[in-house]
Ligand binder design. Structure first.
Ligand SMILES: [Zn+2]
Length: 281
């Protein structure tokens, strides 16, 4: 069995979710109680990863007090959670420059804490990925720190159906600026701009050596419809599922569907493991 790194799953401090966000997150999830229990017990997630044949996961996490309900405390929670096995549980962290003026020291704090990757979620954090150019100059400090520390940054691209989400901010072209201004920064475009900006995402990935396509949230069966030239960027595509988001019932099932696609074995291995292993050292 090929080793797998799933760079994008959601086990978060669910207790922080605002009521409306909570309703959306747990909508049509018969296993809601199980998921909440998982958030209290990292050993249960590790057992599930063993069953599903997943070596490591990226634990997505971001500060969005007004839309989702996650405060800066979510960073501390996530590092504590991942401390059960920091090699297999990759703690993401975030700073929201709409609520934090001194972004640089705040990034230093969470990196010292043990955060291993940063997440930007423009539609849920309500700023553009390139907002350092105008409204939020302090956002530049986040990219500078990440670039200097060689910490990857995953940027949500594409729409969102959460109440209050600003989907307009999900256009991957905003990340083109970031890649130009921070050329040594490792960037992952989560969801490849799905469902409306795939061409933009593909362009930005091909144009910039350090920008990668992160495949979570795209149904594997549709992956080659969304990205017919995926094999061309097999060195820059990173596996992810977005589990347990709507339609993603298990991490393993998505891997099986991906393995069934007409892609070469080498491309599959790079996408499922090698690229992420290089990025999340
Ligand atoms: Zn996600």
């Amino acid at each position: 069995m090929l080793p797998v790194i799933d760079a994008h799953i959601h086990v978060q401090p669910f207790h922080m979710l605002r009521p409306e966000a909570r309703r959306t997150f747990f909508l049509n999830k018969p296993n809601a109680a199980e998921l909440e229990a998982l958030a209290g017990h990292p050993d249960r997630l590790l057992a599930l990863m063993d069953r599903d044949g997943i070596e490591r996961v990226g634990l997505i996490n971001y500060v969005s007090p007004d839309v989702l309900g996650f405060t800066d405390e979510a960073n501390d929670w996530m590092v504590r959670y991942a401390s059960a096995d920091p090699r297999r549980l990759i703690a993401f962290g975030s700073v929201n420059p709409r609520f934090t003026r001194e972004v640089g020291p705040a990034v230093d704090r969470i990196l010292n804490l043990g955060v291993r990757a940063l997440k930007i979620h423009p539609p849920h954090q309500v700023f553009a990925a390139n907002a350092y150019l105008d409204a939020l100059p302090q956002l530049a400090q986040l990219y500078e720190r990440a670039q200097a520390a060689r910490v990857p940054v995953t940027v949500h691209t594409g729409t969102s159906v959460f109440p209050g989400a600003r989907s307009r901010l999900g256009n991957p072209m905003d990340v083109d600026d970031v890649a130009v201004d921070f050329p040594e920064l490792t960037i992952l475009l989560a969801h490849g701009g799905r469902p409306i900006w795939m061409d933009e995402a593909f362009f930005v990935v091909r144009r910039h050596p350090n920008v990668h396509l992160e495949l979570s949230g795209i149904p594997p069966a549709k992956l080659l419809e969304y990205f017919p030239r995926l094999e061309e960027i097999a060195d820059k595509a990173v596996w992810g599922t977005d589990w347990p988001s709507p339609g993603v019932t298990s991490m393993r099932k998505n891997v099986e569907q991906f393995l069934a696609l007409p892609l070469g074995d080498e491309a599959k291995r790079k996408i499922l493991y090698d690229n992420a292993a290089r990025i999340f050292r």
